[in-house]
Structure formats: C-alpha cells, structure tokens
Design a protein around this ligand. Sequence first.
Ligand SMILES: Cc1cc2nc3c(=O)[nH]c(=O)nc-3n(C[C@H](O)[C@H](O)[C@H](O)COP(=O)(O)OP(=O)(O)OC[C@H]3O[C@@H](n4cnc5c(N)ncnc54)[C@H](O)[C@@H]3O)c2cc1C
Length: 417
Amino acid sequence: MNRLDKFSNEIFSPAIKIKDIIRNWADNYVMPMRRQYDEAWDDDTIVEPALKALMIDLGFQKVFIPAEFGGWGVAESDYLGTFAALFFEEIGRADPGIAIAYAAGFWPLMIIAAKPHINRRLCAEFAPMYTGDKPFFGGVFMTEPQGGSDIENLEILHGRTIKTTAVLDGDEWVINGHKLWPSNSGGVADLIGLVCTTKPGSDDEKDIAFIFVPANTPGVTQGKPYEKTGMSADKNSDVWFEDVRVPSWYRAWGPGTDALYFREVITMAMITTGFCTGAVMDVYNTLYDFCSKKTLNGRPLKEHDAIAAELSEIVTGIEVSRVVLYRMARMLDRPDLYGPRWSAEVGTKARMYKMFICDQVMKDCEKAMEILGTYGADRQWDIEKHWRDLKIIQLWEGGKQLCQMETARHFFDCKTL
Ligand SMILES: Cc1cc2nc3c(=O)[nH]c(=O)nc-3n(C[C@H](O)[C@H](O)[C@H](O)COP(=O)(O)OP(=O)(O)OC[C@H]3O[C@@H](n4cnc5c(N)ncnc54)[C@H](O)[C@@H]3O)c2cc1C
C-alpha cells in the first residue's frame, strides 16, 4: 500500500485510474523540478515540459470542455467537484504553483461550460483553443488595485467598487481598466475572463459583466511577473486594458446572470483548497522518513512519546481536512441536496471549508517543521516550500477576513459586515 493511501480516499472507480496517472506524472515531471520552479519567478519556460506532458500528451487540457465540443465533459458531469478535489490534491502534493497555473487555465470556462448553463456559442468559439495540440491558458481577472476582496464581496457591495469598465459601442465592448494578481498573467494567459462593470459605482448587479477577452487583443498589456515568496510556477502581474474592443457576444450571459454565475466561478475556486491537503500529505511523507530514520537516544524519533503525540495530531489534521475538502466537493456536486453552486449559502460554506482547511494545514505544517528542527527550514526537505505555498493559498480568494465575514453574516444575520 502506498503510504499516502492510508488517508481515506473519496474515490469512485473512474477516478482511481486518473489519480494514479496524475500521481505518476507529478512524480516524474514536477517533483524533480519544483525547487527550480520556485526560483524561476520571471521565466515560464521552465514549467513548459511538465505542463505540456499533462495538458497535451495526457490530454488533461480537454478535461472540462463539454463532450459535444471535443472535450471530456467533466464540467457537465455530476462529479465535477470530486474530480477537481482529487485532481488538485495530486498536483498540489507536488507543487501548488503548477497546480494553480493549470487550474486557472480553464477557470474562466466555468461560467460557460458547467452544467446547467452551457453557452454553446462561446464554447464553440473557445473550445478549439483548448482541444488543440498546444498548451492554452486562461485566467479569471477580478482583483483591482483598490482591493480584491471587495470585488468578491458581492453580498454587500454588489460590484460597486469595480473600476474596470465595459462600454457598448455598436456591436463591440470597449474595455478600460487595470487588474492585479490574476493567475496566468505576466504574459502567460491566452484567454481572459474579465470581471468589469458597465456602470462604475453602481450596486445593481445587472451592471457586473463577465466578458471574454483574447489576451492578444490590441490594448491588452500584461506586466512583468511579481517576485513572490513561492508558487513561482504561477505568474502574477499587473494587467492594463486600454480601449480594448471585443464582440458584444463575448459577454458570458448578460445583465444579472453574469453576476449570478460569477458567484459560482468564485465558489468553484474554493475547491483549489485541494492543493493544501495535497501539499500537507507530501509534508507527511517527508516527516515519515525523517522520524523513522533520525534517532534520539538510540531510538527512532517516532518512538518517543512526545513526538508520537505530535505526529498523531498532524495526521489527524490532515485526515480531517481531507474529509472537509471532500464534503465541499460533494456539496458542489449535489445541487439537488445543497442548493445551486451560485447560492449565497453554498458560497459561504465553501469559504468556511477553505478557511478551516487553510488554518489546519498551516498548523500541521508548522508542527512538522518543529519536529524536523532546523531541517524544517532547509530547502532540501521541501517542508518550508509547502509552508510558504500554504500561506499564499490562505491569502488569495479574498483572504481570511472575507471568509470570516461571510460566515458570520450567514450564521448570525449580521447587517453591517
Ligand atoms: C498566487 C496568487 C494568485 C492569485 N490569483 C488571482 C486570480 O486568478 N484572479 C484574481 O483576480 N486575483 C488573484 N489573486 C489576487 C487575490 O485573490 C487577492 O489578492 C485577494 O482576493 C485579496 O485582495 P487584495 O490583495 O486586493 O487585498 P484587499 O482586498 O485590499 O484586502 C486587504 C486586507 O483587508 C482584509 N479585508 C478585506 N475586506 C475587508 C473587510 N470588509 N473588513 C475587514 N477586512 C477586510 C483582507 O482580508 C486583507 O487582509 C491572486 C493572488 C495570489 C497571491
């Protein structure tokens, strides 16, 4: 038995094979390179062989494209959440940076290719780019200089702070604005799912627009990648839009409906918390070897009471975090039981689960670092790598405070948060 499979598996039969394929790919392509990825914050060529192997050679670029457009149709299936959780854990175990570069690539498609809302015209337009023989990257561009959390804080602000504008001119949108931080920016993105407003300052959600913008459209400028603390396989930068023109039908759905399904786009992103449970399973793997081989007073570290107690708490944290992750996946897969993915309740619960998992894995990772002693800070062991990456995951998607506010709002009917 693989040591990692001691943790419970929320697996259904088609997924078992896929999990093994991803694990193999990650072991062969990503594990040997991940330290180099982290140094290459301004060079995206270093991750290309691994991404090409995953996306083109193994075919995983097609995974979320509807079957009628040549894809595998997972986004229109009843197991999208579970599949994504499993998939993201396996990639995140190796490197959350490459995991988000891959996951963000198809993230904009969630608004047009997920059941029950499939926009056939836009799928026909963009699916061929994902089913071709070259890696193709998308991104959802929401965060702006005045604050990312505000844009995701739809229940209170309803898009009022969005400054990137889209003005209809004949049968084209003319877009102006400035975005920060999107995954796959820094020159990587080929297709942008842009969150903008048709009426700045409005808190009518009908004015929130989700518009597809091919990144090579004149007027789109992606800046140089930021130098982050980790996750350098994902590039993030400033992006400017200056009189960018796209056809009017590139808007995903239209007034009101864009905002509704944008909620789902945000909620679905919470399943990337699978990167955390994957990463912390890799921490467990390293810890297992370390405390089996390292001796103290002639006995392996794990045979000492004080250490064994800590080890048991770490694996309990991992196991329970995974239970929470797969509970989130089930909620996303079963709208008949839990409500639609765009509902405030499902969105809030997804944020709660994210908040819990992020806090827990940070604790588990820190405990592991303490057990490794100074080796915990040594890059050779890749524990500090996961510690850096886990912290980043806690910060994105509105950060911890938005999770807290939405949770308090839902359970305590707060009126002013
Ligand atoms: C690796 C990485 C990948 C990313 N990928 C994407 C992406 O694909 N697309 C994208 O659009 N963005 C992306 N982001 C940006 C990220 O989602 C935002 O940084 C995040 O939402 C927080 O926004 P902000 O940094 O503007 O902070 P702000 O929103 O300015 O928040 C600053 C602080 O205030 C807190 N806060 C916010 N609102 C309130 C409030 N009402 N009350 C109390 N406290 C509050 C926040 O939690 C935070 O601590 C990414 C970021 C990183 C690091």
